[in-house]
Write a protein that binds this ligand. Structure first.
Ligand code: HEM
Length: 397
């Protein structure tokens, strides 16, 4: 078994999960590539220690050499990070993100109408339903036409693939990686700036341009950077987790019936899907101050893999960790959103999206079934995990 190759296996997530389990048993803080590669943290304890330690692991790969206006939130150092995070929260924190609810309810209903119009044949549920939800939500919150959401989602997929090949010190920005995506956002930010300020609508784009925190205000270029990042951070991850939840609901009629009958269980099902899926399988952070982990020295500038998916299946913390267990008492301990000052600020939005999508599904269908046996077809990337496609049959109540 080539553990290092398996940890980053692109086509077979089963090999990734097996390699993580092997590390948890024998080498929970693992030096990759023999003796001089980056560390891979596999135990929940090591991951939970590293995530909030932004003093030592506060950098993002690729963020070091670019102009501050081109650094997406995850790559900004304190104290500026805290200020920009508060500006971004003006768009995605609960008091503002909650406004997307009626739009999302209508969107889910529209997508399910489209599915019903396809007759009784199996329907590819990711493309027809789930893929639309997170990217449309961010589009709507930004103030853009939600009809563009699927194109925007496709661009984020392209970026995820390219980002996997980035090396420390690489100064490529999101806009460099997919210029059409950069142009799309640039056009909208420029059009807003060109408009007389009194005519700016109250949407996410305006809030990013106008919010000032402790003297910090984002330039139009910095607004474009954060919007591009938000679309990437919030689309792939959310659709992956919702896809995994849908896979379990479709695979287990009792689970479907139980959550359908008691909608208060949707948040528990969401937690368990987050734990088991870990849509971001690992974080790659850059070491900003020389330190050591479990006796292994880590030099300034080195990358470190923080294994969220491995932590979320650590046998030392979870019983029967590979099982989807709606009654798991400690499901909320998952680290799928990271932890510490960089913990995901999109958690409210994800939960809202999932609740709306599940309610739409349960209201309309008595049961759903998988149209294919065996595991789902996974995404072909080591960094994200979820169904690429999910053919389902839908049975109306
Ligand atoms: C299931 C869905 C999601 C998962 C699993 C997820 C996961 C994560 C993870 C692991 C991090 C890094 C945390 C750390 O470094 O400790 C992160 C950061 C981030 N996420 Fe999410 N995320 C999700 C959805 C979203 C959504 C919907 C948005 C917004 C629209 C979003 C915006 C962000 C941002 C802006 C950051 C950077 C935060 C910072 O560095 O301060 N995420 N997310």
């Amino acid at each position: 078994m080539d553990l290092d190759a398996d940890l980053l296996n692109v086509t077979d997530p089963g090999r990734r999960f097996d390699a993580m389990a092997e590390l948890r048993r024998n080498d929970p803080v693992h030096r990759m590539d023999g003796t001089d590669g980056p560390l891979y943290l596999a135990s929940r304890a090591a991951v939970a220690d590293a995530l909030p330690n932004i003093d030592c692991f506060g950098g993002a790969v690729g963020a070091a050499d670019v102009h501050p206006d081109l650094q997406s939130l995850n790559g900004v150092s304190e104290p500026r990070h805290g200020r920009i995070r508060r500006i971004v929260n003006g768009m995605i924190a609960p008091h503002k993100a909650g406004e997307v609810r009626p739009f999302l309810e209508a969107l889910c209903s529209e997508r399910l109408d489209a599915i019903d119009s396809m007759g009784s044949d199996p329907v590819e549920a990711m493309g027809q339903f789930i893929d639309h939800v997170p990217s449309s939500a961010i589009c709507w919150l930004s103030g853009w036409d939600a009809k563009d959401a699927i194109q925007l989602y496709r661009w984020t997929v392209e970026i995820c693939e390219k980002a996997m090949n980035m090396k420390p010190g690489n100064s490529g920005t999101i806009a460099d990686m997919v210029p059409a995506f950069g142009d799309y956002v640039e056009e909208r930010v420029s059009a807003r700036v060109a408009l007389e300020a009194s005519k700016w609508p109250d949407d996410g784009m305006t809030r990013l341009l106008t919010t000032e925190i402790e003297g910090e205000r984002l330039s139009p270029t910095a607004v474009k950077t954060q919007l591009l990042f938000l679309l990437g951070a919030g689309s792939e991850t959310s659709r992956d987790m919702m896809g995994l939840l849908l896979y379990h609901l479709a695979s287990d009629p009792e689970l479907y019936a139980r959550v359908r009958a008691d909608r208060a269980l949707i948040p528990k099902a969401t937690l368990e899907a987050l734990r088991l899926c870990s849509p971001t399988q690992f974080m790659v952070r850059r070491c900003t101050k020389a330190t050591e982990v479990d006796g292994h020295p880590v030099a300034k500038g080195e990358s470190i893999y923080i294994g969220l998916a491995s932590a979320n299946r650590d046998e030392a913390h979870w019983s029967d960790p590979t099982r989807f267990d709606l009654d798991r008492p400690n499901a909320a301990d998952h680290l799928a959103f990271g932890d510490g000052p960089h913990v995901c600020p999109g958690t409210f939005l994800v939960r809202l999206e999932t609740r709306i999508a599940c309610n739409a599904l349960f209201d309309r269908y008595e049961r759903i079934e998988r149209a294919e046996d065996g595991p789902f077809e996974p995404l072909r990337t080591p960094m994200f995990y979820g169904p690429a496609t999910l053919p389902l049959r839908f049975f109306r109540a």
